[in-house]
Design a protein around this ligand. Structure first.
Ligand SMILES: [Zn+2]
Length: 294
């Protein structure tokens, strides 16, 4: 029995929405966050074997052209302190390290060799322990690309991350959104088969890949409000299909869903650029910096 929602803290009991082999997906009736029980331990997921099979994906930032165009003004900056949480092989920090002071935090020891080879300063280990070693108010930009959905406690970590932002600092969160055509199709197949055809839903939620949460825009807004964060920019999009699979038939299917998503203004990814509410100093407005090539 789950006694409360880990994101919005409502008294309404989350419902067990999708029982699956070995775990269940619950939905909060208030903020609509979906989450699994039992939680999956990402320290175990990101073992050597997983990294070796996923390296082509992990070596690239999964932004499509539209997302890059809209988000790059916020990270193509100079002379800033940038922290990437869940930095993987360092693909994002590699693109900004020449012009900025960068730091990566990563749960998996297996990435350390890649990061060292790329001369990226990094901390390996438990995220909360790593954050405690960083002074408050230090970073101008903190990024969580495909990370929030993996955390055991996104609310707590988002609060800790906010405290590491400088007064005018920005936070970029890129995470999974289940208010899209792929999730709708997977859930419909589950429902009409009375739970027997569950593989699409399991792939869509992706607990196997370490996902503990799937969000929608409203659930993230609750998370931000409780942590006194304010949205500067909002983007709904999809991960570039070429970054998810090398299989041509699978890419074609993904692109069909992506087209449906576009027509309906939906996407499996939701991204927010955030700043602190009521900064405690006279900070400049959170405008993107002048764009520079990377
Ligand atoms: Zn909730």
């Amino acid at each position: 029995m789950i006694d409360k929602c880990p994101i919005c803290d409502t008294d309404r009991l989350p419902e067990e929405t999708f029982p699956l082999p070995g775990y269940a997906i619950f939905t909060c009736g208030s903020c609509r966050t979906r989450f699994v029980r039992p939680l999956v331990d990402n320290g175990e997921v990101y073992n050597n074997n997983f990294i070796n099979t996923k390296k082509p994906y992990l070596d690239t930032v999964s932004l499509n052209k539209k997302a890059y165009k809209e988000l790059s003004p916020y990270f193509n900056v100079m002379g800033k302190r940038i922290l990437d949480i869940g930095c993987g092989t360092g693909s994002f920090l590699n693109s900004v390290k020449e012009q900025n002071d960068v730091l990566g935090i990563e749960i998996s020891e297996s990435y350390s060799a890649y990061l060292t080879a790329n001369s990226i300063p990094h901390m390996i280990g438990n995220l909360e322990d790593s954050l405690k070693k960083i002074p408050d108010g230090y970073f101008d930009l903190i990024t969580l690309w495909d990370v929030l959905e993996h955390l055991p406690d996104p609310y707590k970590v988002t609060g800790m991350v906010k405290n590491k932002l400088s007064p005018s600092g920005l936070l970029i969160i890129w995470t999974n959104n289940y208010d899209d055509c792929i999730s709708f199709f997977a859930e419909t197949v589950y429902k009409i088969s009375f739970g027997k055809m569950n593989s699409l839903l399991m792939a869509s939620f992706n607990r196997r890949g370490g996902h503990n949460y799937n969000f929608v825009a409203g659930s993230l807004e609750d998370l931000y409000r409780r942590n006194e964060l304010e949205i500067v920019k909002s983007l709904v999009t999809d991960t570039a299909s070429g970054k998810l699979t090398n299989s041509l038939p699978f890419r074609v299917i993904l692109e069909l869903f992506y087209t449906a998503n576009k027509l309906l203004g939906k996407g499996k990814i939701i991204c927010h650029v955030l700043k602190k509410m009521n900064p405690d100093s006279c900070s400049a407005p959170a405008e993107p910096e002048e764009k520079n090539s990377i």
